[in-house]
Design a protein around this ligand. Structure first.
Ligand SMILES: [Zn+2]
Length: 178
C-alpha cells in the first residue's frame, strides 16, 4: 500500500503481521448482483498489496461483513475484533468506492487526516455541512499512533476526499490545494 496515513497499533492489525489474511462474508440478503463488485475490489488490493482475503468459515471470529442495508458508504479503521461491517448503500457499489472502504479495514485513514495536511491543503470550515465536521479532523483520536510511513502527500489519492466533499455550497470547495 502507498499514499496514506495509517494506524501503527498492532492490536488493530490483521494477522499474520506483514501478510494479513482477512476473512470476509456478506450480511444476510446481500444481493448476488453486487458480489462481483466486492470480489473485484478485494482483487484490486490483492494485486497491489500483501493483504489476502478469504471467504470466512464458521470458525472465523474476526470477520469483515459486507452490509447492503446502509444509508451511506462507511467502514471501521483497522481490525475491530468480532464481526465488523463495511456499509454500502446501493450508490456505493462501485470498485472505486468499495476498494476505498475496504482499505480502511487494513488500517488506512484519509489523506486529508494526515498531521502534515495543512502544508498541502486548506479546509473551508464554513462550507462544511453540520454533523460531518469529524471527517476533516487532523490526526483523529482513537486510532492510536498514526504514521505516514514516509509516503508523500498526494492530492489525487483514492484515499483523499474530493474537493467539494460535504460542502454546503456545492459550487465551492471544502478542501483547497495550497
Ligand atoms: Zn473513507
Amino acid at each position: 500500500m502507498q499514499r496514506r496515513q495509517a494506524i501503527t497499533s498492532a492490536v488493530k492489525m490483521w494477522q499474520p503481521m506483514g501478510a494479513p489474511v482477512i476473512p470476509y462474508t456478506y450480511e444476510p440478503g446481500f444481493p448476488d448482483n453486487y458480489k462481483q463488485v466486492i470480489l473485484d475490489s478485494l482483487r484490486f488490493w490483492e494485486l497491489r498489496t500483501c493483504v489476502r482475503f478469504i471467504l470466512a468459515t464458521s470458525a472465523d471470529r474476526k470477520v469483515v461483513s459486507f452490509n447492503h442495508n446502509s444509508a451511506g458508504c462507511s467502514s471501521y479503521v483497522g481490525m475491530v475484533g468480532g464481526k465488523q461491517t463495511i456499509n454500502l448503500a446501493p450508490g456505493c457499489m462501485s470498485v472505486t468506492i468499495v476498494a476505498h472502504e475496504v482499505s480502511h479495514v487494513f488500517g488506512t485513514l484519509h489523506v486529508q487526516s494526515r498531521s502534515d495536511r495543512d502544508q498541502y491543503v486548506q479546509i473551508d470550515t464554513a462550507n462544511i455541512q453540520k454533523g460531518t465536521e469529524h471527517n476533516f479532523l487532523k490526526d483523529p483520536q482513537g486510532y492510536g499512533t498514526l504514521s505516514t510511513y514516509g509516503i508523500p502527500y498526494e492530492l489525487g489519492s483514492m484515499q483523499h476526499y474530493a474537493e467539494k466533499a460535504f460542502a454546503i455550497d456545492r459550487n465551492r470547495p471544502t478542501i483547497y490545494a495550497r
